[in-house]
Design a protein around this ligand. Structure first.
Ligand SMILES: Cc1cc2nc3c(=O)[nH]c(=O)nc-3n(C[C@H](O)[C@H](O)[C@H](O)COP(=O)(O)O)c2cc1C
Length: 322
């Protein structure tokens, strides 16, 4: 039975502005994961990263910050920093597939070098002032790597191990390796959580039936595609057209304030949100194309208005998440 629903970190989308507005309109996730910050060797983070983490920018939700590093001193420092902001857990990113990140041996790059992963956890665990959880893929190049990786994770006490059940080259759309998750449920000494392609209440129910021992899932794109998804998973109502109209308008306004009044920047952010949210409507072909191509905030508003005026609203999102 699923007892915990986490909102996945989606860099560029589920940042502080989005989380605040989403929480006000929908909420329903047990925890939201903050997209990663990357400390330097000098133990500095950018001003943007600090703004993202500040408690005053993150009211009303249980949040877990995430760090991207392959060095124990930075991991230890990141935990201290997270604790100083009032957080109760730190998450390590061992899944990001981006070439620039993996080339540095970070994100999913950690999985390509199990010895580095082991050394990182060995050097940091025991010196961390907060519980550490890990969000990982099931391998770098091949799912066969998973048993060795799980052996390493099993040597350390983790708050949880969230598994995106793909390898790095498959990014967010290749084959899902459910066998690896089944193996993790059986062999992991740490609590495991599933992540990957859950979009509807029906899909989560089917997952729970298939894996009766699973008790936690993390959902990302599916929850941006249907902002009421966590509420529905708790038996609540689907999003109404008015609610979605008000939510997207409030989000646009919040982004406009964040960008110092630059509505063009706000509209660009909304494009990223609509990339997924459009799947909650039918007959989207023309307006989806327009949403991907608009140039100004005025054009953006006109397209959003037309979507709400013209397109049938679905009860569940449909289509691919990519
Ligand atoms: C645009 C985008 C940004 C992401 N940013 C992060 C991130 O900062 N940290 C992380 O661990 N995963 C990140 N992910 C991966 C998601 O957290 C999640 O694992 C992935 O989307 C698969 O889950 P889903 O099918 O429920 O969306 C990102 C994914 C996307 C598509």
């Amino acid at each position: 039975m699923i007892r915990r629903y986490d909102f996945a970190p989606l860099d560029g989308i589920t940042k502080a502005v989005y989380r605040r507005v989403w929480q006000r309109f929908f909420g329903g996730a047990d925890r939201c994961f903050i997209p990663y910050f990357s400390p330097t060797k000098e133990h500095l983070i950018t001003k943007r990263e600090r703004v993202e983490l500040l408690p005053e920018n993150n009211p009303d939700a249980v949040l877990v910050p995430q760090v991207m590093t392959n060095r124990a001193p930075e991991l230890i420092w990141a935990a201290e920093t997270a604790q100083s902001f009032g957080y109760r857990e730190l998450n390590l990113n061992a899944g990001c597939p981006s070439g620039t990140i993996t080339a540095k041996g970070k994100g999913a790059g950690l999985l390509a070098s199990p010895d580095t992963l082991d050394a990182l956890l060995d050097g940091a665990c025991g010196k961390l002032c907060l519980p550490l959880s890990v969000k990982a893929r099931i391998g770098f190049a091949n799912p066969d790597e998973f048993p060795r990786l799980l052996d390493i994770f099993n040597r350390y006490p983790l708050a949880s191990l969230t598994l995106h059940v793909r390898v790095r080259k498959d990014k967010y759309s290749g084959a899902l390796h459910y066998d690896a998750f089944r193996y993790a449920l059986r062999e992991s000494r740490n609590p495991v959580s599933y992540n990957g392609d859950l979009r509807t209440v029906g899909e989560v129910s089917a997952f729970a039936e298939r894996f009766p021992d699973a008790d936690a899932v993390m959902i990302g794109r599916g929850a941006v595609a249907d902002p009421a998804l966590f509420r529905k998973l708790r038996g609540g109502a689907a999003a109404s057209r008015d609610e979605l109209r008000d939510f997207t308008a409030a989000l646009f306004d919040a982004y406009t304030i964040f960008y110092g009044g630059q509505t063009g920047h706000a509209a660009q952010r909304m494009r990223e949100v609509w990339f997924y949210l459009i799947h909650l409507f039918d007959d989207t072909r023309r307006l989806n194309k327009a949403m991907r191509r608009f140039r100004t905030a005025t054009e953006y508003r006109a397209i959003a208005d037309e979507i709400f005026r013209e397109l049938p609203l679905r009860s569940d999102s449909a289509g691919d998440l990519i």
